[in-house]
Design a protein around this ligand. Structure first.
Ligand SMILES: Cc1cc2nc3c(=O)[nH]c(=O)nc-3n(C[C@H](O)[C@H](O)[C@H](O)COP(=O)(O)OP(=O)(O)OC[C@H]3O[C@@H](n4cnc5c(N)ncnc54)[C@H](O)[C@@H]3O)c2cc1C
Length: 246
């Protein structure tokens, strides 16, 4: 099992109550090489090389949300046998809108679904924040090269449908109403007991089980529990303009 967590830092000026595991040099190098690959647009080549070096052939993805389905599609497209377990009983997701900046759009492009996401969404060039009186606080453009627009906004059900289809078309097998119950780490694989009674070996187990990830707690105990920042946001649903400005 590979666990990379580089968030060993104070949050809101407070130190973590307990000391989380320090990131290794390998994990830091891995993160830097991934970042460099994305910035230079060579992520796919590096991904394939990393997967080859690790000899990863069979992967369990926990959670069929945005991250899990994207990872499932990307891995399966590279020839990896991917199983996804999702604790919910079906693929239904709530219908809130999502804004995806250029880095997310680049990831969608790398799994071949950018055009579908753009067709389902609304493109714009910057996020603009005002205070309660209308005073401009910040304008955040999001440029990441010419291949992708700055932002695309779309409904979560649309994104989910697109990612699910990409994962399934690439051959990922998704099982609903199932989660992991126990993990036993061997030298080069992980034996996983699932809640449906299945027990199987995987080269890699990847946790995309959301904000309150049980898998993260299994790996890091309570060291990385989410902390409320004190900020909140109100969202309203409005009719979409007829035409994208960009
Ligand atoms: C109201 C709202 C608005 C948002 N707006 C934006 C936005 O505009 N732009 C943006 O980029 N992000 C937005 N986000 C954040 C975005 O939704 C998350 O960053 C994203 O969903 C994280 O992806 P994920 O795959 O890690 O988790 P999720 O998408 O939450 O998926 C986790 C999945 O794991 C499943 N799961 C949980 N526990 C288990 C388990 N034990 N076993 C198996 N499966 C499990 C869950 O059922 C779920 O399907 C918003 C979030 C909310 C709540």
């Amino acid at each position: 099992m590979v666990a990379v967590d580089t968030r060993n830092r104070p949050v809101d000026g407070r130190l973590w109550a307990s000391t989380p595991p320090m990131p290794t040099i390998e994990s830091i190098n891995f993160c830097i090489s991934r970042l460099a690959a994305y910035l230079t647009g060579h992520a796919e080549e590096v991904d394939a090389k990393v997967m080859d070096q690790m000899n990863v052939q069979r992967v369990l993805v926990v959670g069929a949300g945005i991250g899990g389905l994207t990872a499932a599609a990307a891995l399966a497209q590279r020839g990896v046998e991917v199983e996804v377990v999702e604790v919910r009983d079906d693929a239904t997701v709530y219908g809130v809108g999502l804004i995806q900046p250029a880095n997310a759009l680049r990831a969608l492009r790398s799994i071949g679904v950018l055009d579908q996401a753009l067709a389902a969404g609304f493109r714009f060039s910057a996020n603009v924040f005002h205070d309660w009186s209308g005073e401009l606080i910040a304008e955040c453009p999001s440029a990441f090269g010419p291949e992708v627009p700055s932002y695309n906004a779309l409904g979560r059900p649309d994104l989910h449908r697109i990612l699910l289809s990409a994962a399934e078309q690439a051959g990922a097998k998704i099982t609903y109403g199932v989660t992991w119950e126990a993990l036993e780490e061997g030298r080069s694989s992980v034996t996983v007991s699932l809640s449906n009674g299945v027990r199987a070996d995987y080269d890699l187990v990847v946790g995309f089980d959301g904000l309150r990830s049980a898998l993260r707690r299994r790996l890091f105990s309570t060291a990385h529990e989410p902390i409320f920042s004190g900020c909140a946001v109100w969202r309203v649903t409005m009719p979409r303009p007829q035409r994208s400005p960009t």
